[in-house]
Each structure stands twice: as structure tokens, then as C-alpha cells.
Design a protein around this ligand. Sequence first.
Ligand code: CA
Length: 237
Amino acid sequence: MNEAKIVVVEDEPSLVETLAYSLRKQGYTLFTAGDGRRALEVARQQQPDLVVLDVMLPGIDGFEVCRILRREMNVPILMLTARSEEIDKIVGLEVGADDYLTKPFSMRELVARVKALLRRVRIDREEFAATPNLAAERMVFDTLVIDLSRREVSSQGVVHHLKPKEFDLLVFLARNRGIVLSRDLILERVWGWEFDGGSRTVDVHVRWLREKIEANPSDPQRIVTVRGVGYRFEGDV
Ligand code: CA
């Protein structure tokens, strides 16, 4: 899916240039906008696969652009911010970005997040289109093996006994590796809308999972806590 279309919204020309260069090098088709109004025009015109959106923009700010895009199209949005205190707002329900990066960040990090978000969209579509295919899938992260067809998780050949919800949670985290997942999103996607337990449920299950799959559960390397937001699964297949 490297033919993906990406809109980069940022008013600082040198950063736009660096971002565009790094993403084009990955084979993505790039469109840029230097302010909020232009961002909306370009997004409406191009119907991109992903939007990289700075918070601080002249005119309509990034928060407002994000809210408007959310209403109009189903596109993943990666927000850029210079202020870590904005993170809660960015991924919260009010603004609803899918992920964020705090400035300064490396281009490598940016590319990794972009890939992760595009992969998530693709997986969502594939799950919709062809569920049976996924039954034969295995995900391997160093020593951790998640066998989707057998619903079995093991490290170095030793099988971990996971409860069904622990397994579902692990699969959801692993499929969305590299991206921050809020507790609300995890609840919605793993437990479903009809579930009326609180987001504490997520924390409890993460704790149980860590006890089973982390080498050192009190210093987790796989399922990392993102303070005030949720969790991120670390690892490459
Ligand atoms: Ca800016």
C-alpha cells in the first residue's frame, strides 16, 4: 500500500520539506498544505489515506482541522505537537486523532508511525473483506509467537495460558503495534460497544497479560504504558 496518498499540514517550510522528502522516499504520494483552510481543501480534493497534521497552524488550528476531517471522512490522522500537555486533548474524544508525535521527532519515527497507521487501516479493511484468511496467520515478535489459528501464545516454545479476552487483547495490541491505543478504543474494539465495564477492565487485563508474556512484568518491554492515554505494543514482526 505504498501508493498511499498522504497530506502533510504544517506551516514551517523547512519541516514540510523534510517530512515530504522522507515520505516520498518511502513511495508515498505527497500533498502539502501550509494552513488549516488549505488543509481542508486538499483533503477534500484528494481523499487521502492519511493526514499528518500540525497543531499550531495559522488561521484554523490543527485541533479544528482534525474535528472537521473526522466529521467528513474516515481518514487516520497523525498529529504533531510541540507541547506534551496537549496529548490528552489530541487523542481524546473531543479531537480524536489516531496518533501523535511530539516535536522534535526523528524522520525514522515518523515513517514508522505512518506505516503503522496505514497498516491498521489495511487490516481493518481486510478483516472486513476476508476474515477466513486471517485464521491461518501467525505473528512472531522475536521470541513471542502468536498463533492466530490455534489461538495460542508462546515464548521460546513454552505456551502461555491466556484467557480468551487476554488473547483477543494481545492480538489487537500486536496488530496495532507501534501506535498508541487509548483505553476507550481498546475497550470498544476488544470488548465491544455492549460491554459496560469501565476502562479499568483494560488495565487489569494488561496486567494479567504482562504477568504472562513479559520477561519482567514490572518493567514491561512489550506492552508499554503511555501515561494518561493507554498502551502501545512494541515489536517488529
Ligand atoms: Ca506549526
